[in-house]
Structure formats: structure tokens, C-alpha cells
Design a protein around this ligand. Structure first.
Ligand SMILES: *Cc1c(COP(=O)(O)O)cnc(C)c1O
Length: 373
């Protein structure tokens, strides 16, 4: 039986191979006689799972040795508070760039913990562009500069992370990369801290990844809950409290799946994250290419700001949404409804969604446009 293609924005599709492996190991992990869910997080079995997951993630994302990888909980929304609790004491204002719903939420939460400056915003154009970093009004002595590098709801991606040093700013860049982590490489020379909820691109809900440069540890406000103090979490190898063990295990299987990927391109065969990125570019090109050419569907985001992961698009009449979604479901194309704040439709085409899924979607889009155009 072939499974439907799942375009959910999150919790989102996982690679079928990973789900099958997890199913086969469900009752007895590697002859231990236990499910991963039933193991002590301090036993040698689970410690080996967590260490392998971290080592594979470090390899995939080329994380430098002076960065800690933390397995936390609470999701990216909790990080909206945890980041300022840990970093606000380092400087004066906390600088935020607003590019969509998620960064808007981040800066609002940070206001509970200190002075926030919104140094650039695309609110005036309805969150459809990325403000040029050269125009950002960076604060002097900022504690950090926060961006959401992929706005899941609005469909905006920062295709290049800002080089704050080149802009004369020494503050660390903090990125919410929840919805495109492991879809492309990260230039760590530009990033002080990256956080991501797992449920978009790397695993099930319940795990939050924090990757943080070591010099940013140890600045937490006294009110910071111990379980959310990055230094305490780092000093305990993410086991200060019981970590989300099963979610870490599944993310680890996803990391191994990423390492196994191969993609033949004109430049030769690519492996691992490079293969994933090439495939993501091909998927996005195919989808946006059809939407642009269709003369039926419309998009709102500026071409150079379009997300490779989340593509919001619209039909020419409101009455068409219901038949569109019902027809899509009947064809095995699931969860294409847009976010309520943006409306319309949204195709999330994360790592686990194969090119064949985009092809099946485009075939349906064509057929629907012919019938209703
Ligand atoms: C999904 C998402 C969030 C919220 O994640 P939670 O796990 O619900 O806290 C925040 N930021 C971005 C960019 C997201 O995609």
C-alpha cells in the first residue's frame, strides 16, 4: 500500500523508511528487550542513542566544536522566552527583525524580559518580503539580534543569513530555524544560537533543538527555571531533567536517513545534506514554476523571499477551496489548507516529502485548473 503525500506544516511528514525502522524496533530495541520508550535515560542503551543522534547532527550541519547541542522541550514558542531569559543580560536592547507571524510572536514574548527594538519589519507589505540587512537599525550594544530564518506561516525564507559583523555589529545572531533546519547548511560563522522545534523537519513534536556557542552560556537571569538555563542543561548533557527520549531517538533515525541520501546532479552525485538541499531546490522550483506559469493560482511572497519549505498559494475564487481540498484528499494529497491568518492553501514540502509528491501535487493542480479555469 502506498501512503498518501502529506503536505502538513507541522507536525509534518516523516520519511517512510524512518517510520518503518521505528516500527520494527518498537518492542525490542537492538536486542535490549525494551522499547526505547521504556528505557532509563541514564542507561547505556539510551545514552548511546542520544550520543549517536548528537554526533550525526554535528556531522550533517558541520557544527563547530565550540557549540553545544542541547535537547530541550517546550518548542520554539518556549524558546521565545528562554532565549531572552538566557541572553538579555549580555547587553542593552534585544534586537528583533519581524518578517512574519513567528518573529512577531517572538519579539512580543521577549518584552517580558527586557527592552526590545524591532530593527526592521515587513509588516507594511503584509509579510511578503525580506528587509535588506543593510537597512536594519541595529542597536548599539545589543544583547543579540533575532531573526526567524523561515517563516512557516507566511512562506518567507532568509536565503542568506545576515553577516552582522560586516554590518558593524558584534552581537550574536539568534535564529528560529524550526521549519527549515536540516534543509540546507548553516553558516555558523554568522550564528550564535539556533533553535528549532523538531516537528517540522527532523522528528516528532516534543523535542526542541538548541545549538549554542559556548561563550553565550552562563548569562541567565536569576529567575530562569533551572531546566531552561542553557548552562545547566549543557553541564548535564541535556539530562538535567528527563529528556524527550523517544523524540530524540526518532530524530536520530532521521539524521541517519539524511546521511544516507544520494542525489545525482549535473555536478555529480551529492550526499547527505547536499543531496537533501539539491532535492529541496528542485522541489521548490517545480512547484513555484508551475504556480507562476498557471495563470490560475496566485502567490503573494516576493520571488527572492520565497520559502523552499512552505508555499502559500491562492485560488481565483473562494468557492473553489472546498472542492479543491476534497479533490486533493481523494487523490491522496493531504493537509493543504492554508494557515487561518493567511488563508488560501499551503504546501509544506519538507525534507521527507519526495519529488514524486510535488509531481503528484502539480498534476492535481493542473487538472483542477483545467476543470475550473
Ligand atoms: C512551528 C513553529 C513555531 C512554534 O513551535 P512550537 O513547537 O509550537 O512551539 C515557532 N517558530 C517557527 C518558525 C515554527 O515553524
Amino acid at each position: 500500500m502506498t501512503r498518501p503525500f502529506n503536505f502538513s506544516a507541522g507536525p509534518a511528514a516523516l520519511p517512510e523508511e524512518v517510520l518503518q525502522q521505528a516500527a520494527s524496533e518498537m518492542l525490542d530495541w537492538h536486542g535490549s528487550g525494551m522499547s526505547v520508550m521504556e528505557m532509563s535515560h541514564r542507561g547505556k542503551e539510551f545514552i548511546s542513542i542520544a550520543q549517536q543522534a548528537e554526533a550525526d547532527l554535528r556531522e550533517i550541519l558541520a557544527i563547530p566544536a565550540n557549540y553545544k547541542v542541547l535537547f530541550m522541550q517546550g518548542g520554539a514558542i518556549a524558546e521565545n522566552a528562554i532565549v531572552p531569559m538566557n541572553l538579555s543580560s549580555r547587553g542593552g536592547h534585544m534586537d528583533y527583525v519581524v518578517t512574519g507571524s513567528w518573529s512577531l510572536k517572538s519579539q512580543k514574548e521577549a518584552r517580558k524580559y527586557g527592552q526590545v527594538n524591532v530593527i526592521a519589519s515587513n509588516e507594511a507589505d503584509g509579510h511578503t518580503t525580506v528587509p535588506d540587512p543593510a537597512s536594519w537599525k541595529l542597536s548599539r550594544n545589543a544583547a543579540y539580534v533575532h531573526v526567524c530564518s523561515n517563516e512557516t506561516i507566511n512562506g518567507i525564507e532568509l536565503h542568506e543569513l545576515p553577516d552582522l559583523k560586516a554590518l558593524g555589529c558584534d552581537a550574536p545572531l539568534v535564529i528560529d530555524c524550526s521549519s527549515h533546519i536540516a534543509s540546507r547548511p548553516i553558516d555558523w560563522s554568522r550564528v550564535g544560537l539556533a533553535y528549532a522545534g523538531a516537528q517540522k523537519n527532523i522528528g516528532p513534536a516534543g523535542l526542541t533543538l538548541v545549538i549554542v556557542r559556548e561563550d553565550l552560556l552562563g548569562h541567565a537571569l536569576p529567575i530562569t527555571p533551572s531546566a531552561f538555563d542553557y548552562k545547566i542543561v549543557a553541564d548535564h548533557d541535556s539530562m538535567y531533567n528527563t529528556p524527550p527520549t523517544y523524540a530524540i531517538y526518532l530524530a536520530g533515525l532521521v539524521f541517519q536517513w539524511i546521511k544516507r541520501q544520494r542525489e545525482a546532479t549535473a555536478q555529480g552525485e551529492l550526499q547527505g545534506l547536499a543531496a537533501i538541499e539539491a532535492r529541496n531546490i528542485a522541489k521548490a522550483d517545480r512547484l513555484y514554476g508551475y504556480l507562476d506559469a498557471s495563470g490560475f493560482y496566485s502567490t503573494h511572497v516576493a520571488a527572492n523571499a520565497r520559502s523552499r519549505m512552505n508555499a502559500p498559494f491562492f485560488l481565483p475564487a473562494d468557492a473553489l477551496y472546498e472542492p479543491f481540498l476534497a479533490g486533493a484528499k481523494a487523490q491522496g494529497l493531504l493537509q493543504l489548507k492554508g494557515h487561518k491568518s493567511v488563508g488560501g492553501l499551503r504546501a509544506s514540502i519538507y525534507n521527507a516529502l519526495p519529488l514524486a509528491g510535488v509531481d503528484a501535487l502539480v498534476a492535481y493542480l493542473k487538472e483542477f485548473a483545467q476543470r475550473h479555469g
